[in-house]
Design a protein around this ligand. Structure first.
Ligand code: ARG
Length: 580
């Protein structure tokens, strides 16, 4: 209802000027009406009471009488309990709807101003991607789509864990298995057993452990043969990760990989710059920094961030500092977004703090940890496989597709085999993504097959079904979508009004989802849009109508609803079948 506020504002201004009140006293009071219904925006007069020496009820009544008559083409105005209430008029709604009907972007403006680095997915080489990485991948991808749609420049950064001490033991294990066999295991996604075997040998055999330690030294010294073996680990793991990405249909590609190893050359520069800023201190042989904000450990001692350990090895934080330099200075990013689980909250707070202290980023940069909660099973525990292992993501995704397939066979037996398989993928993957996206990200959510695949409730299949239903209305009508472009709306019934208002709030919801990095706001909106479409369709006959003007107006509402659902889902990374 931002547009309504904009259009009504001059009328308020006129009234308040006549009352002798400056803009800064009243302008911030205008906001959305608290209950969605007859009115859309409200101005509470309670805080004006003392100044105007009148009761809020009297003030609101006076304001209403002072409005010029021209306001009625835009809205109806009334006062109640000290509030001035404004409700969009049908003619205003009709005019606004016409504007978005001919707009491909459905009213969303193109801002094209900022440069973002969005750090997401970031699985670890030779380790299974767990459901936490799934969340990061799905949420991050939706944020990227939203930002790109608003016209911003976006660098997708897949900060994979491809460096560090575990690589010593992983390479030695690869040699023990033989390169071919090892590559096979990794490429099909048996990453967890590979990692576990290496770990258990490292723990039980001193000989293997010492080989592994030597291997780390060789890796850090960039020994050619060691690097070749390391690359096998990375590329075979990536083969598996890419399979997950392609099944998920996310935007990430090989060119977005910017793993920990790629910041290698910047690490000595990090040390150098921290020490030139006089914030690097030596503590028990390690190079550390104490951030400005104090973090205390359990004993109550101030905690430093270790940049370089006593043995010369760099920490995760050092890499993230290098990464900030790369993003702010090489890529010229204004906004750094990290889609990483809540357990890393303190890590990012400390790193951002140090980056500001050291001048790796400045006031003008916005660094945000877009944190998220865990995925739980129905008992409220972290989601694991039946055997208690990390769940293999490919298995999880194929299960979702096959469950969706079974539902469609039941619902729509007429779909051809090919079509059904395509639709099953859209529904199965959409369901998993949407379950993740529709939960407020900082909260945990329960992974529940029946709920996420249900055709009712706040789910992807419900929205996809609403979209497909509208497509079928058009297939039954003689009026084509393209002939609707210049239609004139006639908004009469209250269901039409509610649907119209929701359609018009799409740009505002996109803004809000972006400014808070909260795709769930878009999900909730799409759900409310689809449900108001449901009541519209039930109460306002579209094709079974004698009045051609009404048919066109209602078909145009159908068209706008399906386009909004399609675009909204697309921005969440979810496909919309035309039939299901
Ligand atoms: N690989 C890390 C993990 O699995 C996540 C990396 C997130 N990104 C970053 N710049 N630290 O926990």
């Amino acid at each position: 209802m931002d547009t309504l506020i904009k259009d009504i504002y001059p009328f308020f201004k006129e009234v308040f000027t006549s009352l002798g009140l400056e803009e800064d006293i009243w302008s911030h009071l205008i906001g959305p009406a608290t209950i969605e219904g007859d009115y859309d925006i409200a101005l509470p007069c309670h805080s004006l009471s003392r100044l105007m020496k009148k009761s809020p009820v009297d003030i609101s009544e006076q304001i209403v009488t002072l409005f010029s008559n021209d306001v009625f083409s835009i809205a109806k105005v009334s006062s109640k309990n000290g509030f001035v209430n404004i409700g969009a008029s049908p003619s205003w709604l009709e005019e606004q709807l016409s504007c978005i009907l001919s707009d491909e972007r459905l009213g969303v403006t193109n801002d094209n101003s900022r440069i973002f680095a969005v750090d997401y997915s970031a699985p670890n080489v030779a380790k299974e991607m767990h459901v936490g990485h799934l969340r990061s991948t799905v949420i991050g991808d939706s944020i990227v789509r939203l930002l790109l749609f608003k016209g911003h420049t976006v660098h997708r950064e897949n900060h994979i864990g491809d460096w560090g001490t575990p690589f010593g033991m992983l390479i030695e294990h690869l040699l023990d298995l033989g390169e071919d066999k090892a590559a096979k295991e990794l490429g099909v996604g048996d990453l967890d057993s590979f990692y576990k075997q290496a770990r258990s040998k490292f723990e039980s055999s001193e000989k293997f452990a010492s080989r592994s330690r030597n291997r780390v030294v060789l890796l850090q010294g960039e020994d050619k043969e060691t690097l070749r073996l390391w690359k096998i680990l990375v590329s075979e793991s990536m083969r598996y990760f890419n399979e997950v990405y392609s099944t998920l249909g996310v935007l990430l590609s090989d060119s977005d990989i910017k793993g920990e190893s790629s910041y290698h050359d910047l690490l000595p520069i990090v040390i150098d710059r921290l020490s030139k800023s006089n914030i690097l201190v030596n503590s028990d042989g390690a190079d550390v920094v104490f951030p400005t904000k104090k973090w205390l450990n359990r004993k109550g001692d101030e905690m430093p961030v270790i940049i370089r350990k006593g043995d010369g090895g760099y920490n995760y934080s050092a890499t993230d500092l290098a990464c900030i330099i790369d993003r702010t200075e090489r890529l010229n990013c204004t906004d750094l977004v990290y889609v990483v689980g809540t357990p890393q909250k303190q890590h990012f707070e400390m790193v951002f703090d140090i980056a500001l202290m050291a001048g790796f980023m400045h006031e003008k940069h916005n660094a945000t940890h877009v944190n998220f909660g865990s995925v739980l099973n129905k008992d409220g525990k972290i989601l694991k496989s039946r055997e208690g292992d990390v769940i293999k993501l490919v298995d999880l995704l194929s299960e979702s597709i096959s469950r969706a397939n079974a539902t469609i066979i039941e619902k729509n037996p007429n779909l051809s085999n090919d079509e059904r398989l395509k639709v099953a993928k859209m529904i199965g993957i959409g369901a998993v993504k949407y379950a993740d996206l529709s939960t407020e990200r900082s909260k945990d959510y329960i992974f529940d097959w029946d709920k996420m695949l249900s055709l009712e409730g706040n789910t992807a299949p419900y929205l996809q079904y609403a979209h497909a239903r509208i497509c079928s209305i058009f297939s039954k009508s003689d009026i084509s979508r393209s002939s609707l472009a210049n239609s004139i709306f006639t908004i009469v019934d209250k269901e039409e009004q509610l649907l119209a208002k929701r359609l018009l709030s799409f740009p505002f919801i996109i803004e809000e989802s972006i400014s808070t990095y909260s795709p769930h706001k878009l999900c909730n909106y799409l759900h409310s849009l689809a449900s108001s479409f449901g009541s519209f369709y039930e109460n306002c006959p579209v094709l079974k109508n004698d009045d051609e003007k009404i048919i066109r107006s209602r078909l145009s509402l159908c068209d706008l609803t399906s386009r909004t659902l399609k675009l909204g889902l697309e921005l969440l990374g979810i496909d919309t079948p035309e039939k299901m």
